[in-house]
Write a protein that binds this ligand. Structure first.
Ligand code: IPD
Ligand code: CA
Ligand code: CA
Length: 275
């Protein structure tokens, strides 16, 4: 862990992170243009199912991930990648780009605009850059370690509400876990006069939490490409994040995710059992 921190410090000190941040912003915007071209003719796409009928993928997901990898490699050839569609490919240095080319694919293929491109950079075990681009609304959420978080260049901050009934909570769910992993939390939230929303994209809801639009986000199991950029955004926006990065084998197996505004973090942690 100390070695990882040293790697991060050295990388930040050398300006490498800032250069990657600037380049990655241009890359996700380009990826957004490619994804939008597919979205506009979504009826023509062949949609395949993965683990279950609701876990879908199309050529758009694969092509967008290929574009992101190609554009990053053009400038930083030694960096590695972990992408939902193309798997892990360790580079020659400590940098690992964690990519979900389209988060919210079930929305994408059913003509609903709540999908995003999510790109994060890890240096060693630390997440240092988070970019979430929502092309339909042209909102680019961006954060770099120690530099704060923005949407389209304007600073954003996590919610400051102090009660779960004072704002909307984002939730996510997949068939990777049993319904019992989520249902008791929803019941508890409703009993406390709170409310929830699920829009089909974990990354977009985490960006909304980092912007204070949602009070937080909970999903009982999530993969690293879904949430890595959101973790950086939430931390840089002054929000709280659970110990996702410290979970065993998290890059392979995933873990629960909980992010929250600082004043509701304790109660949401207690309600979900996620630390
Ligand atoms: C899914 C979305 C969804 C979340 C799932 C993810 P995909 O990713 O983020 O909101 O609840 O756990 O798998 O398949 O749209 O990239
Ligand atoms: Ca995803
Ligand atoms: Ca995806």
């Amino acid at each position: 862990m100390a070695e990882a921190k040293d790697a991060v410090t050295a990388a930040i000190g050398s300006g490498d992170i800032a250069a990657r941040f600037e380049h990655a912003i241009a890359v996700v915007r380009e990826a957004g243009r490619v994804a939008m071209d597919y979205y506009r003719r979504v009826d023509e796409l062949v949609v395949e199912s993965k683990a279950n009928p609701l876990d879908v993928v199309s050529i758009a997901d694969k092509e967008v991930e290929a574009v992101i990898r190609r554009e990053i490699a053009a400038k930083f050839p030694d960096d590695g990648y972990l992408g939902e569609e193309m798997g892990i490919d360790r580079g020659k240095n400590d940098c690992l780009w964690v990519i979900d080319p389209i988060d919210g694919t079930a929305c994408f293929v059913n003509k609903m605009p709540t999908w995003v491109i999510s790109v994060a950079l890890m240096v060693g075990n630390e997440a240092v850059i988070g970019l979430i681009y929502e092309p339909n609304g042209d909102e680019l959420f961006a954060a770099c370690i120690g530099k704060g978080a923005t949407v389209n260049g304007k600073p954003i901050a996590a919610s400051q509400v102090d009660n779960v009934n004072a704002g909307v909570m984002g939730v996510g769910m997949s068939h990777r876990v049993e319904s019992a992993a989520l249902v008791p939390f929803i019941a508890d939230l409703l009993d406390r006069e709170g409310m929830f929303i699920r829009n089909g994209s974990c990354a977009l809801m985490m960006a909304y939490a980092a912007s204070g639009r949602l009070i937080g986000y909970f999903e009982p199991h999530i993969n690293p490409w879904d949430c890595m950029a959101g973790i950086v955004l939430m931390r840089e926006a002054g929000g709280w994040c659970n110990g996702f990065l410290d979970a065993p084998n998290v890059l392979e197996d995933g873990a629960p995710i909980l992010v929250a505004g600082p004043k509701v973090a304790d109660v949401l942690s207690e309600m979900t059992g996620v630390k």
